[in-house]
Ligand binder design. Sequence first.
Ligand SMILES: [Zn+2]
Ligand SMILES: [Zn+2]
Length: 191
Amino acid sequence: MQPYPDTCPCQINPTAETADAPLSYQDCCQPYHDAFYNDEVDKADGIKAETAERLMRTRYSAFALVKPDYIVKTTVPAQQALLDVQAIESWAKESDWAGLEIVEHTPKLGKCHAQVEFKAYFKSAEETSGGLEEKTQAHHELSTFIKVKNKANNDARWYFLDPTVAMTVSQKQPCICGSGEKFKRCCGGYI
Ligand SMILES: [Zn+2]
Ligand SMILES: [Zn+2]
């Protein structure tokens, strides 16, 4: 097992002008990651992300620390079986993660949706006239998150809606978030 970093990966923001004291991994994303590896989590309350931004942060940290299972389990349940865990793992491993910047969090977008605009930074070597040069680049994305209700235990959790993954529900079926609306009128509008 790799040693855990002192500073949580999601606390590193290469564009921040003032350096707020960053949280340690232990005080930031670790409890969320650990909860998913604990079999008791479904029985107990478990620690779950309170907001879409919190989930976004823990997902970024999971990429940086190569925890593909966490990425899968925090994606909308209807999409989980369609994810390529191997691809997620190798992408996480091969990327040289350099930090996270939350640009904007829209916590309430309708009943059970939220959006987070973020930049995930990574380093890449680029060919220049002076030879190979290391550059910091960013994936700039606007991600949609859905709060899905579990009718069995009346629990609700935030999940990431992966816009690149085909859905197992048709447009006319009841929505995956449990809102009671048709998929196309609800979460389908964000894909
Ligand atoms: Zn964190
Ligand atoms: Zn929905």
